[in-house]
Design a binder for this molecule. Structure first.
Ligand SMILES: Cc1cc2nc3c(=O)[nH]c(=O)nc-3n(C[C@H](O)[C@H](O)[C@H](O)COP(=O)(O)OP(=O)(O)OC[C@H]3O[C@@H](n4cnc5c(N)ncnc54)[C@H](O)[C@@H]3O)c2cc1C
Length: 385
């Protein structure tokens, strides 16, 4: 519940990026409000965490809660990439222990709870519908339970994720988004009957001619399998999607084996998974964190960790500026720029290892690391819905 109309910082979006910023700010005594459109009730994708999540959650004071939340420890990743022979990346020598397959809604909800406990105001079921800058601060308009309401804040943290219909018009920040690809994930959730004797808790990644697959068991008897491919390689008609997905699954060797033991629930869902970045990550009285700043190929499994790390850094940048209204946070912008450039190099190296389908569009496109500084066409969004 809003207890007043003016806050030091307003955060748009209560995913891992937004809530990590809120925890850090609230712990430092800054007044902060998080506006989150959901109740964390719907399935979310982004389920794999590498062991490196540990120090970030320790920093937020959330490690104990995390390990008691019933997420599944994962010993490693099996990759069928670059050759038909699978190889394993084990976490056994990692100083932080295992990786994790998480219940994503539960994970996001518990970070929101932690923000509330630290003193942030967390408004759920609150859709931000408009943002504008006026008289030295931000006006934020929101819809909550059918009613329009608004608040003011000195600083804005943009954390609304990949959201195709962002409440923040690019003109406000004078930024432009640059795209590297048009990757999408076609996801199917499953039930499986947990059996500790035979369950394989490793993530499986398997390349095919049309893209690649990842699959994993999740907590509470759930599982997921996702075909990653380019948007324009999907069938034009939505009704042909299931057959396309099944046909592609049959071209795998290992994924189909594990998926055949699971029971599908719900329909296939298409998620935007492209690599892209804003040209500016911060400016006067605002910062962008997580997917609202830059989006990463799920192959890297870095999105959640980057969002949390950005959230913490953005909060610190505001605190360290002494709440200055004239600072545009150049160090924050610089560090995200460097991090994205490093990711792009790793992305190219990884895709270059797969040479089995060099004549196929999906793989050809990934041999070139080119950024396209143009907005996506309206058709792009229509097809995703
Ligand atoms: C198919 C796929 C697989 C992935 N797999 C992995 C993985 O294995 N590991 C990994 O680390 N990452 C993975 N990712 C990436 C990861 O999910 C994201 O990087 C991560 O969720 C980013 O966190 P965020 O807080 O920036 O954004 P989000 O998690 O998207 O959170 C944004 C929040 O803002 C809210 N919101 C949006 N618009 C509004 C609005 N107008 N008003 C109010 N609230 C709003 C949303 O409800 C949401 O809660 C995957 C992504 C995809 C697409």
């Amino acid at each position: 519940m809003l207890d007043r109309k003016h806050y030091d910082v307003a955060i748009l979006g209560g995913g891992p990026g937004g809530t990590s910023a809120a925890i850090t700010l609230a712990q430092a005594g800054v007044s902060v409000v998080v506006c989150e459109r959901s109740h964390y009730q719907e399935n979310r994708v982004g389920e794999m965490l590498s062991p490196g999540i540990c120090p970030l959650l320790v920093e937020l004071g959330q490690w104990e809660r995390f390990i008691q939340a019933g997420h599944l420890a994962s010993p490693g990743i099996i990759c069928c990439w670059g050759s038909s022979q699978p190889y394993e990346n084990e976490f056994i020598f990692n100083p932080y222990g295992s990786g994790w397959h998480i219940d994503r809604c539960n994970f996001d909800r518990s970070l929101a709870l932690a923000a509330k406990e630290a003193g942030a105001i967390v408004c759920l079921n609150t859709l931000v519908v408009g943002v504008n800058y006026e008289a030295g601060g931000w006006n934020i308009s929101m819809r909550r339970g059918g009613e329009l309401t608004n608040l003011r804040a000195d600083f804005l943290i943009h954390a609304s994720g990949r959201s195709q219909f962002s409440p923040v018009s690019p003109a406000i920040f004078a930024t432009q988004k640059m795209y590297v690809d048009s990757l999408v994930g076609v996801a199917q959730f499953f039930h499986h009957i947990p059996n500790p004797a035979i369950d394989d808790r490793r993530t499986l990644i398997e390349a095919t001619a049309q893209g690649w697959w990842y699959s994993a068991q999740l907590p509470r008897g759930k599982a997921i399998a996702v075909l990653m491919t380019d948007r324009d390689l999907l069938p034009v008609k939505r009704r042909d999607l299931q057959a396309y997905w099944q046909k592609n699954l049959l071209t795998t060797v290992y994924t189909k084996e594990r998926v055949n033991t699971w029971y599908p629930v719900k329909q296939l869902h298409i998620y935007d998974a492209c690599t892209a970045r804003q040209d500016y990550f911060s400016g006067q009285q605002w910062l962008a964190v997580g997917d609202a700043a830059a989006t990463y190929d799920p192959l890297s499994a870095q999105g959640i960790m980057k969002a949390i790390s950005n959230g913490i850094s953005a909060a610190r940048a505001i605190i360290e500026s002494g709440m200055s209204h004239v600072c545009s946070f150049p160090d924050y912008h610089g560090s995200l720029t460097t991090s994205f450039a490093e990711y792009m190099k790793e992305r190219q190296l990884y895709y270059a290892q797969e040479r089995r389908w060099e004549n196929n569009f999906f793989w050809q496109r990934r041999q070139a690391n080119i950024m396209h500084p143009y907005p996506k066409s309206a058709n792009y969004f229509i097809q995703l819905h």
